[in-house]
Design a protein around this ligand. Structure first.
Ligand SMILES: Nc1nc2c(ncn2[C@@H]2O[C@@H]3COP(=O)(O)O[C@H]4[C@@H](O)[C@H](n5cnc6c(=O)[nH]c(N)nc65)O[C@@H]4COP(=O)(O)O[C@H]3[C@H]2O)c(=O)[nH]1
Length: 858
């Protein structure tokens, strides 16, 4: 303890004071006792009795009961003095009695002292009054100095009797105060009159007070040291100032230090006899508790988070739940607390084995997380993402469990939605290609295991594109939905029905006979049922529509089948069905495989042929009504090194499938334009046009218009002499784009002819919007025009249509003069066919056409 005025110095003073008086008292007794023995025996006995009493009191005070000793002494003195007063008291005795009274006041109690003095004064006053009235007895001890001396010594000695006890108790109180003030965890500072009275070591440590700051004269330096450290010096000082101005006030506040510590400051006035004599300041470092409080606040906030939290004891009896838990489960806190988690929330979605496994996991790893289906109060079952954490005690034993739960109902349905979108066709809700491939993979594996055959059926709707174009996409979609509804009629639940896209559906049959022939029969039966189901009329908005399917079937079961292989086989078989006239079913047979292989080989050869420039352009004459040569159609040939001259029907379809048509088409266009330029240089051929076939894939190229213009620019051919022959299949694509491209090229001077007209499904509305110059009647109508009145009628209609639309009409495939004449009669304007000339190399073109011209003109 540090103090400007140490209380123990007062006690020391009192102690020395007592010793001096003790010595003096003994001296008095030593002198008084011989007097007593010399004078009178009775007096000596009385004195001895007094000494015995005093010694008893002395022992009493020394034995740790100074107050009792003092009280007995006071009573004794009171009796003695009151008695003595009436026998007359010497002045020294009076003085001693007053001193004793004062001592009693201080040491025992004010009341006792006051009573003593009052009694004494009353007795003394009565004696004076009685003596004035002449009624007072003669003082017995007057003129008996020895006795007076003795009484005085005895009284003095008596006064000092309690002093050792008093001193000891003062010292004890002082040491207690010192120990207490040092033992407290708070920093204590006592100031009085602007000076530091006491401060403890804790205070010095807390405030890091340098020794110089503890100046005895003023607390200014100390105050400055403290102020330097606090965050808000102004507020701190204001509070100090306020308390100085209001000494009666107590205060309690928080002081934040610059270094982050937080002190709680208490201030109490120090009172003495009800009067404020100083102020006690105590400071507790509450940094840790404040932090803990903050942490508790964070924990409390976290507890009331979005996630449902449930705290249980080690037996999983619920102790606490948060609001999210209440919202999540529907149970109020009082309904949940006291129950076990499993009785409250367990659903029958999981079996006992699941819960046992979870318990084991928690015991093993002190935690677990996963999906748990729980039951709400209203009985609803819902999925929760649950995390269980074991809380461990000091000895490592589990004391509590914290369960956090997130309701993942919406997440699960979103996942389900995503899964559905990823694996199901949004239009028909059937599995899509991805899911089909997966199921097919599983089906192949199962089939390989069981030895049973499976069958994959590719179903393509015949002429679906026509429906789409003519009746609109909404009706197209409606038809597809109805097909999807009908397909399950013909298959078992375990079979898979999928939509690959467009009008392509797939049915996968599993677990057919182990015998391939029997399996084929089973598959065929299902296929026939499907055909029958899909042949039934469809109810579309405002229409009753008829649609047929073409079905390709591939059996799978042999271990060597891969998913891709089976798909390819079924696809090929489906094309076979189409080729066989549609609305029928075809099986993939091994011969088809050789076609596939041959295709692959041809593809490679075509690529090489392009590099080796093995393609040739043949020209077939086109003539007018009078048989005069007007131009030619450029037809490509492949000069194969081994196979000789190969016709386009053998390689154009594959070229279209593999994109080889793009470079090949550019080559044809360029060669034809070069020929135009060559013709332009000769007077007799300058008027000739050239018709170039453009495949749909070529035309679909984004920069097709630019490509054509570039070739015209490069070769210098006149656009007006170039005629692009398009097939109706280009109209299956984006018609607006087709019109835009045609219009752009038409504006440049390029003409267009619609090839194979009559075989496709051009809608008249489109036809009107296309900037066409010419319709080309397909040679299939020309072939039988003379014999088949139906074909003749078609030709007549096309000619009429051409007139209406202001388009020329050219008939191709004219092989005989009779046909020519008949076509002339029907109103045709232009002709192409073997009758006028076959497709020939350019070297032979002029000659052949001259002859034919002559023949035609004749
Ligand atoms: N029976 C008979 N046939 C006749 C007669 N007159 C002409 N032909 C044949 O009819 C086809 C007319 O060509 P296409 O309809 O454009 O049909 C063409 C065309 O679609 C395609 N093609 C030919 N060259 C090209 C080309 O450079 N590019 C594109 N994309 N396709 C081409 O190949 C198809 C077949 O061409 P080719 O075999 O040259 O067959 C030619 C021609 O030889 C006749 O009086 N009787």
């Amino acid at each position: 303890m540090d103090a400007r005025h140490d209380a123990s110095s007062n006690i020391k003073l009192l102690d020395s004071f007592y010793r001096i008086f003790l010595i003096l008292a003994l001296v008095f007794l030593c002198i008084g006792v011989p007097f007593v023995f010399y004078r009178k025996l009775v007096t000596a006995i009385l004195t001895s009795a007094q000494v015995v009493i005093i010694l008893s009191l002395w022992r009493l005070s020394r034995s740790g009961k100074p107050e009792l000793s003092l009280k007995l002494f006071a009573s004794f003195m009171w009796v003695l003095l009151v008695g003595l007063i009436f026998f007359g008291l010497p002045p020294i005795t009076v003085a001693t009695a007053v001193a004793i009274a004062m001592m009693l006041c201080i040491v025992t109690s004010i009341q006792l002292g006051t009573l003593f003095i009052a009694t004494y004064m009353l007795a003394w006053g009565s004696y004076i009054v009685l003596s004035k009235l002449g009624l007072a007895p003669e003082p017995y001890f007057i003129n008996r100095p020895a006795v007076s001396w003795f009484i005085a010594a005895f009284a003095a000695w008596l006064v000092l009797v309690p002093l050792p006890g008093l001193v000891r108790s003062l010292r004890k109180a002082n040491s207690l105060q010192r120990a207490t003030i040092e033992a407290t965890a708070d920093g204590i500072l006592v100031v009085s009159g602007g000076k530091v009275e006491i401060c403890n070591r804790r205070f010095i440590d807390m405030w890091r007070i340098p020794p110089a700051a503890l100046a005895p004269d003023s607390d200014d330096v100390l105050l400055n040291t403290v102020i330097d450290q606090v965050e808000d010096a102004q507020a701190f000082l204001a509070k100090v100032q306020y308390l100085y101005e209001h000494p009666d006030m107590s205060s309690n506040d928080i002081v934040r230090l610059k270094d982050g510590r937080i002190f709680e400051r208490n201030s109490l006035p120090q009172r003495l006899d009800g009067k404020v004599v100083g102020r006690v300041w105590s400071f507790s470092d509450i940094t840790a508790s404040k932090r803990a409080e903050e942490e508790l606040r964070i924990v409390a906030t976290a507890f009331e988070s979005q996630e449902a939290i449930m705290i249980t004891d080690a037996e999983q009896v619920i102790l606490r739940v948060n609001h999210a838990f209440i919202d999540n489960t529907g149970y109020d806190a009082h309904e949940a607390v006291g129950k076990t988690a499993s009785t409250l929330l367990r659903s029958d979605r999981h079996d006992d084995a699941f819960y046992t496994a979870v318990q084991h996991a928690i015991q093993r790893t002190s935690g677990w997380q996963g999906e748990v289906w729980c039951r709400r109060k209203n009985g609803d079952i819902f999925p929760n993402w649950t995390t269980v954490t074991a809380v461990k005690g000091n000895e490592g034993q589990t004391t509590h469990y914290v369960f956090t739960q997130t309701d993942i109902t919406s997440r699960k349905s979103a996942e389900e939605e995503i899964r559905h979108l990823a694996f199901y066709d949004p239009l028909t809700q059937l599995p899509n290609r991805r899911l089909l491939m997966d199921r097919l993979r599983q089906g192949l594996a199962a089939s390989a295991r069981s030895g049973h055959e499976g069958a994959l059926m590719f179903i393509d709707l015949d002429n679906f594109k026509i429906l789409n174009d003519t009746l609109g996409h909404d009706n197209g979609d409606a038809l597809l939905r109805q097909v999807a509804e009908r397909l399950p009629w013909s298959v078992r639940n375990c079979d898979t029905i999928a939509r690959l896209g467009g009008d392509e559906f797939v049915v996968m049959l599993e677990d057919l006979s182990a015998n391939p022939a029997e399996a084929a029969i089973q598959a065929e039966a299902v296929g026939e049922k499907i055909i029958a189901a899909l042949n039934q009329p469809y109810h579309l908005v405002g229409h009753q529509y008829h649609c047929t399917p073409s079905i390709g079937v591939a059996l799978f079961g042999a271990p060597m089948n891969s998913v891709e292989e089976v798909m390819k086989r079924a696809d090929l078989a489906m094309y076979e069905a189409k080729a066989a006239g549609r609305n029928c079913l075809r099986f993939f047979d091994p011969e088809m495989q050789s076609v596939v292989t041959a295709h692959a080989q041809l593809e490679e050869e075509l690529r090489q042929a392009l590099d080796l420039e093995e393609f040739r352009l043949f020209y077939q004459p086109q003539v007018d009504d009078a048989g005069r040569l007007t131009g030619a159609e450029a037809l490509v040939r492949w000069q194969h090194p081994q196979r000789g001259l190969v016709g386009p029907l053998e390689f154009i379809p594959l070229s279209e499938q593999t994109a080889i048509i793009l470079p090949l088409g550019r080559w044809v266009l360029e060669a034809a334009c070069k020929q135009l330029v060559a013709w332009a240089g000769v007077a007799g051929t300058a008027h000739l046009t050239v018709a170039v076939n453009v495949s749909a894939r070529q035309f679909r190229e984004r920069d097709f218009v630019a490509q054509v213009k570039a070739v015209l620019d490069k070769t210098g051919a006149k656009p007006q002499r170039l005629k692009l022959e398009l097939t109706e299949s280009i109209l299956l694509d984006d018609v607006e784009d087709v019109i835009t491209k045609m219009t752009q090229l038409r504006a440049h001077g390029v003409g267009f002819s619609l090839d194979d007209f009559g075989t496709g499904y051009s809608s008249l509305s489109y036809l009107r919007r296309l900037p066409l110059d010419q319709l080309k009647i397909d040679r299939s109508f020309v072939r039988d025009v003379l014999t088949n009145p139906h074909d003749a009628a078609i030709v007549r209609t096309i000619v009429g249509l051409g007139k209406n639309l202001d388009m020329k009409v050219i008939a191709e495939g004219v092989e005989t003069e009779v046909q020519w004449r008949f076509l002339q009669e029907l109103g045709c304007h232009a002709y192409q066919g073997y009758f006028f000339g076959r497709p020939v190399p350019i070297s032979e073109f002029g000659r052949a056409s001259d002859q034919r011209y002559a023949a035609g003109a004749a």
